[in-house]
Each structure stands twice: as structure tokens, then as C-alpha cells.
Write a protein that binds this ligand. Structure first.
Ligand code: ACO
Ligand code: KIV
Ligand code: MG
Length: 532
């Protein structure tokens, strides 16, 4: 790599020069492996929305779920299969006939469907997970892949824990899968154990040694336990793998999977050093990241490559100076290439009303004159205290104005009767539009009773999509942090409440989410809001 590799003289291979052999198939498993990480469960509608975006973005294969896992998973895979325009829709199944048949049924509506079947091959998985020997593993590969091929021509087979499997045995397993009709052989680093040079050698070894290897596609599926998932996947590609399994924001079991956005942008940005290419519309990466973060309620870390909020931010003077003169001094890719419509407006205490109005417009606010003046005065006060004012600060500043002006509901007091003798009751006092009201409600447990009391006093159509409790600290006096997600007309509002009393935290979280829904309605009509 020379200093010129990322300069004006950098030569990217034009599209027409791209060789079909160098195309890397992007297999997204956000809806399957991604959803397997604790707390990332998505609703049916959320899965459909994510799948639609992945399809539009040019993802080649969408692993939509594990159909035997639940009726819900079956239905979402099936609906995604029905709706997909371009992507191949894939379902996962163990090396068991009922799993495979259920998967085949789920992907049936797809224009192009794939069955993905897997089995553990390592000594640990053979002995402890399944209690079977090498011959039985081979027998199950034969039966499962053959069964999958009886349903479809597109069959992927995976050797779970491949990187801790004896090489000779792994070769025999891969050979068996190919003989029985697997068209893609996926090599998972299930526990994120491999180092890049080892993973590269493993792919090379399999391609060189296994008969029929040149007839099929080798795939990588790397986990990030040592932070090497992307490096390992790319190392595999350099030795012949042509499918990479990955997820948006790197979501997935434990530390996650290889991040799709990082794989795609590494291939795109370093096309001077690697001949590979993908079919992904990179300008949709930011949207995809935001959508997955919103539906899973998993925040994206600020310094996350490609999609973190600091990924293209420059705050220090020397960097700002360089970027203003030529962005390439400190940027190896443009924000626009990943779909960031980055503003040239750097907001600070020296900004004036024109810039502030433009910024508000860009963020989707149109305030009346009085509201604008109020917001501008508070923005100036904030900029005096803060070194850099981010878009989020301005949004919070204006939203807070809207929220406080329209904080229709406030919690005044809550008394709950719980325990085994039942019925569980909540007596709740709320301040609604400045007037105090009290209501007693019964429920199926104290949380249900509390929410029933809120619903009785503040009738609304939003439905409860998620209720989650986390202990912020340890011990029986821990602060409980409750997350409540409400859905109304396809839009989500999330509320977080904390208190040492879980029920008070629950009531707070619900009320915050409700207030957000009311504030949003007002935000749709800014002038009305300001007039009120
Ligand atoms: C590395 C990965 O990501 S693997 C995918 C992990 N994802 C998931 O597990 C999510 C979905 N899973 C589920 O909903 C459930 O685990 C189900 C429906 C698949 C199975 O549920 P259950 O029948 O209750 O079994 P349970 O999950 O407790 O145990 C797994 C069983 O599958 C067996 N098994 C595990 N992997 C495989 C495989 N690839 N092929 C065949 N059998 C397997 C285990 O040995 C165990 O069998 P046993 O009951 O004979 O001991
Ligand atoms: C099911 C397989 C592909 C998997 O997720 C893994 O091994 O990590
Ligand atoms: Mg995995």
C-alpha cells in the first residue's frame, strides 16, 4: 500500500471490467443469526420491513429465519418469501427431516428459495451436543442434504464449529455434502476462534483438497468474539470464498457476526487492492443500520465503522482544516457513498439564524416565527456551553420544547397490591393536561394492572410491542430500567423509565412512550402546536 493508494490517482476498476468470478455474494442473516442475540427479537412487521430494505439494497440472499423454531418464524419466512422481488430467500434447518420439510414449506412462495441445513462437526459438538461419532455425522449429512435437494436445487450446507474440526474429517464432511447436492458450502467460525491467516488457509485447503470443490460456492460465516469477524471473512474471500454471511450492524450471537456494511465498504473502498465486488447499493447502508437499530432497540456504538455517528465526524482542528481543504486528507470514503447526507453546516456558537433555519429544515422541522426565535435563543445558550453542537442536540432541543409543551401525562403516584393472594391492583394518579385523576385497575399481575390503569385514564390505540426490564446496578436495591415499545399506525415509540421500584419504572416508561406519540402528532402540525 503506498501513499497514493487512497489519493486522486487511485484507480478503481470500472464496472465493465469486473469479472463475474470476483463477485462476492452477500448473504444477510440479520433476521436469523442477528435475531438470535439476546434482546434483539423483532416483530413480524419489523422483519418484513427489514427484509424489504435488504431486498431493495441488493442483498443476494436473505436468511429470513429458522422455520421450525416457531409458528411466528415460519410465518415471517413465508411472507418474506412471498414478497421478495430479487433476493433469494433462505431458511435454516438442523440436519433433521422435519426441520428441512418445514423450511421447504416456508420458502415455497419465493421466486428463488434456498434451504440451509447444518450440523456440528467438531469433536466438542459431536461428543457433547449430539453424542454421535464421525460416521453418524456423515450419515446425517447424507440424509439431510439429500432431503433438502429433493425440495430445491439451491441447497446450502454448513459445518457448525468448522474451525475447531479436524481437517481430514472436515474434508470428508464437505465432500459428502457436495456429493449429495449442496450448491453452497458454508464454513462457519461459529465461536469466533480463528485468526485471519488460519481462516484463509482453511478455505484454501478445502478448495484444494475436496473433490468437486470447484463446482460449488464456498461461503464464510464468521463471529466476532475476538473482533476478527470481518478480517476473517475477507481473508476467506482472498483464498476463494465467494459468499460472505454477515448482518447489519454486526448483530448476532454473543459478540455478533461480520458486519455487512464493513464487508461491503472494505471491498468497495479497497478495490485498488482487491478485485472483488458486490451487488449492494452502498448508499442504503446508513438507512439499513438505522432501521435495524430502531427495530431491535440496539444502539449503534458512536465509533462503529461505516455507520457509527462519528464515522464521518471531525472535531479536532487539524482534521477539520484538512477536510475543508480536501476531504480525502482524512476520509477514505465519502459520507454520501454510504447514504449519509452530511451537512456542510457545522453548527456552533458562531452560527446565525440563516444557518440555524437551514439546519432545522434539513432535520425536518418547520417552526413558526415565535417558536423559531425561542429555539434559536436556546440553541445559542447551548452552543456557549458545548464544544460541538450535533444534529441530535438540536433535535433534542426542539423535541424537548415540543415534549414539554405537550407533556400531557405526568406520573403523580402509584400504589400496587401484588403477591399470591390476588387480585393484583394498581391505584394510579396521573396529571393529565394539568388535571389530576385517579383510577384503580386490576390486571394479570401488577404491571398489567398498572398499564390497565393508564389505558383507562388515557385511551389510545397504540399497542404494546415490547416490555423489557434491566437491572442497571447489582443487588436487591438495584435501579430497574424498563423499556416499553408502543406501536401506532406502523410507527414505533420507545420509552425508558428507571426507578428502584420496577413498577414505577414501568409506569414511567409507558407514559414516556405515550407522550412521544402525542408529541409526534403535534410535530406533524408545528404551527398548531406553537399556537396552543
Ligand atoms: C450456531 C447457530 O447459530 S445454530 C442455530 C441456533 N438457533 C437456534 O437454536 C434458534 C432456534 N431454535 C429453537 O427454536 C429450538 O432450539 C429448536 C426448535 C430448533 C429445537 O428445540 P428442542 O427440540 O426443544 O431442542 P433444544 O433446543 O433443547 O436442543 C437442541 C437439540 O437439537 C440437536 N441439534 C443441534 N444442532 C443440530 C443439528 N445441526 N442437526 C441435528 N440436531 C441438532 C441437539 O443435539 C439437541 O438434541 P437432543 O434433544 O437430542 O439433545
Ligand atoms: C448455523 C450456522 C451457520 C451458524 O450460525 C454458526 O455456525 O455460527
Ligand atoms: Mg452463526
Amino acid at each position: 500500500m503506498t501513499s497514493e493508494t487512497n489519493s486522486d490517482s487511485k484507480t478503481k476498476s470500472p464496472k465493465e471490467e469486473r469479472r463475474e468470478d470476483d463477485r462476492v455474494i452477500i448473504f444477510d442473516t440479520t433476521l436469523r443469526d442477528g435475531e438470535q442475540c439476546p434482546g434483539a427479537t423483532m416483530t413480524y412487521e419489523e422483519k418484513l420491513a427489514v427484509a424489504e430494505l435488504l431486498d431493495d439494497m441488493g442483498v443476494d440472499v436473505i436468511e429470513a429465519g429458522f422455520p421450525i423454531a416457531s409458528q411466528g418464524d415460519f410465518e415471517s419466512v413465508s411472507e418474506i418469501a412471498k414478497r421478495a422481488k430479487n433476493s433469494v430467500i433462505c431458511g435454516l434447518s438442523r440436519a433433521q427431516i422435519p426441520d428441512i420439510d418445514r423450511c421447504a414449506e416456508a420458502i415455497k412462495p419465493a421466486k428463488r428459495g434456498r434451504i440451509h441445513t447444518f450440523i456440528g462437526t467438531s469433536p466438542l459438538h459431536r461428543k457433547y451436543q449430539m453424542g454421535i461419532d464421525q460416521d453418524e455425522v456423515l450419515n446425517r449429512i447424507e440424509k439431510s442434504v439429500t432431503r433438502a435437494r429433493s425440495h430445491t436445487d439451491d441447497v446450502e450446507w454448513s459445518c457448525m464449529d468448522a474451525t475447531r474440526t479436524e481437517e481430514d474429517f472436515l474434508c470428508r464432511c464437505v465432500e459428502m455434502a457436495i456429493q449429495c447436492g449442496a450448491t453452497t458450502v458454508n464454513i462457519p467460525d461459529t465461536v469466533g476462534y480463528a485468526l485471519p491467516h488460519e481462516f484463509a488457509e482453511l478455505i484454501k485447503m478445502l478448495i484444494e483438497r475436496v473433490p468437486g470443490a470447484d463446482e460449488i460456492v464456498f461461503s464464510t460465516h464468521c463471529h466476532d468474539d475476538l473482533g476478527l469477524a470481518v478480517a476473517n471473512s475477507l481473508a476467506g474471500v482472498t483464498k476463494g470464498a465467494r459468499q460472505v454471511e454477515c448482518t447489519i450492524n454486526g448483530l448476532g450471537e454473543r459478540a455478533g457476526n461480520a458486519a455487512l456494511e464493513e464487508i461491503v465498504m472494505a471491498i468497495e473502498t479497497r478495490s485498488d487492492a482487491m478485485p472483488y465486488w458486490t451487488g449492494i447499493d452502498t448508499t442504503m447502508l446508513t438507512r439499513a443500520s438505522k432501521l435495524v437499530s430502531a427495530v431491535t432497540a440496539f444502539p449503534v456504538q458512536y465509533n462503529k465503522a461505516i455507520v457509527g455517528r462519528n464515522a464521518f465526524a471531525h472535531e479536532s482542528g487539524i482534521h477539520q482544516d484538512g477536510v475543508l481543504k480536501n476531504a480525502q486528507t482524512f476520509e477514505i470514503m465519502t459520507p454520501e457513498s454510504v447514504g449519509l447526507t452530511q451537512s456542510n453546516l457545522v453548527m456552533g456558537k458562531h452560527s446565525g439564524r440563516h444557518a440555524f433555519r437551514e439546519k432545522l429544515k434539513e432535520l425536518g422541522y418547520e417552526l413558526g416565527d415565535n417558536a423559531f426565535e425561542d429555539a434559536f435563543v436556546r440553541f445559542k445558550a447551548l452552543a456557549d456551553r458545548k464544544k460541538h453542537v450535533y444534529d441530535e442536540d438540536i433535535e433534542a432541543l426542539v423535541d424537548q420544547e415540543i415534549a414539554t409543551a405537550h407533556d400531557r401525562i405526568k406520573l403523580v403516584s402509584l400504589t400496587v397490591i401484588a403477591g399470591t393472594s390476588g387480585p393484583q391492583k394498581a391505584t394510579l394518579t396521573l396529571d393529565i393536561d394539568g388535571k389530576q385523576q385517579t383510577h384503580e385497575a386490576q390486571g394479570d399481575g401488577p404491571v398489567d394492572a398498572t398499564f390497565a390503569a393508564i389505558k383507562a385514564m388515557v385511551p389510545h390505540t397504540a399497542t404494546l410491542e415490547l416490555y423489557q426490564v434491566h437491572a442497571v446496578t447489582e443487588g436487591t436495591d438495584a435501579q430497574a430500567e424498563v423499556t416499553v415499545r408502543l406501536e401506532e399506525d406502523g410507527r414505533i415509540a420507545t420509552g425508558r423509565g428507571s426507578d428502584t421500584d420496577t413498577l414505577v419504572a414501568s409506569a414511567r416508561a409507558y407514559i414516556i412512550a405515550l407522550n412521544k406519540i402525542f408529541a409526534r402528532d403535534v410535530r406533524k402540525k408545528p404551527e398548531t402546536m406553537m399556537a396552543s
